[in-house]
Design a protein around this ligand. Structure first.
Ligand code: PRP
Ligand code: HPA
Ligand code: MG
Length: 184
C-alpha cells in the first residue's frame, strides 16, 4: 500500500498495540469501575484520533462512553495554521463527567491547548488528555498531557489516523513520507 511513498516506519503496528494496552491500564487505574459502571467519557478528536479512539475504547477494562469532536487546523499543510475550527461539536453536555480527550498527536500543542480551554468551560468533573504521539521539539504551547504514548522526532508523520492531505490515514503503522510526496 502506498508503495514508494513511505520513507521509514517509525512505530510498528505491534508497538502501537502494546502501548495501547499500557495506556489503557493507566487510564483504568485512575478511573475504576463503580457498581459495574463508570462515568468515564472519552472525547475523540476527529479525524486523526479515530483509530486510537476505537482501539483505546476496546482495550479499556472499564465501561466507557464515546463522544467525538472534529476540529481542524492543518488542512492540506504540514504545519499548523494556529486557527482551530470546530467542524463538529460534541452531541451532549459533559458537565459533571470525567472526560479524557483522546488525541493522536501533540505537535505545536495549539489544537489541544484550544480544546482544553473550550472543554474546561463546559464544567466537566475532570479533564485529562491521552495522546498517542508527542513531538517535544515542536511544542509551542505547553499542554498538560497525563497519558502519553511515544515522544517522536520533529518530523511530519502519517498513518494510524494521521494524514497528509487526507491520505495515509489507513496505514496500520506510523511512518515518515518520502520528500517526493510533498513536491508532487
Ligand atoms: O499540536 P498541533 O500542532 O495543533 O497538531 C495536532 C493536531 O493536528 C492534527 O489535526 P488536523 O488539523 O490535521 O485534522 P485531522 O485530525 O482531521 O487530520 C492532529 O490530528 C491533531 O489534532
Ligand atoms: O506530523 C503530523 N502528521 C500528520 N498530522 C499532523 N498534525 C500535526 N502534526 C502532524
Ligand atoms: Mg490532519
Amino acid at each position: 500500500m502506498y508503495e514508494g511513498d513511505v520513507a521509514s516506519v517509525l512505530i510498528t503496528e505491534q508497538q502501537i498495540s502494546d502501548k495501547i494496552q499500557e495506556l489503557a491500564k493507566q487510564v483504568a487505574a485512575d478511573h475504576p469501575a463503580r457498581d459495574g459502571g463508570s462515568d468515564l467519557l472519552l472525547v475523540g478528536v476527529l479525524k486523526g484520533a479515530v483509530m486510537f479512539m476505537t482501539d483505546m475504547a476496546r482495550a479499556l477494562p472499564v465501561p466507557v462512553q464515546l463522544e467525538f469532536m472534529a476540529v481542524s487546523s492543518y488542512g492540506s499543510s504540514t504545519s499548523s495554521s494556529g486557527v482551530v475550527r470546530i467542524l463538529k461539536d460534541l452531541d451532549r453536555d459533559i458537565a459533571g463527567k470525567n472526560v479524557v480527550i483522546i488525541e493522536d498527536i501533540v505537535d505545536s500543542g495549539l489544537t489541544l491547548s484550544w480544546l482544553l480551554k473550550n472543554l474546561a468551560s463546559r464544567r466537566p468533573a475532570s479533564l485529562e488528555v491521552c495522546a498517542l504521539l508527542r513531538k517535544p521539539d515542536a511544542v509551542k504551547v505547553d499542554v498538560p498531557v497525563k497519558y502519553i504514548g511515544f515522544d517522536i522526532p520533529n518530523e511530519f508523520v502519517v498513518g494510524y489516523g494521521l494524514d497528509y492531505a487526507e491520505r495515509y490515514r489507513d496505514l496500520p503503522y506510523i511512518g515518515t513520507l518520502d520528500p517526493k510526496v510533498y513536491s508532487s
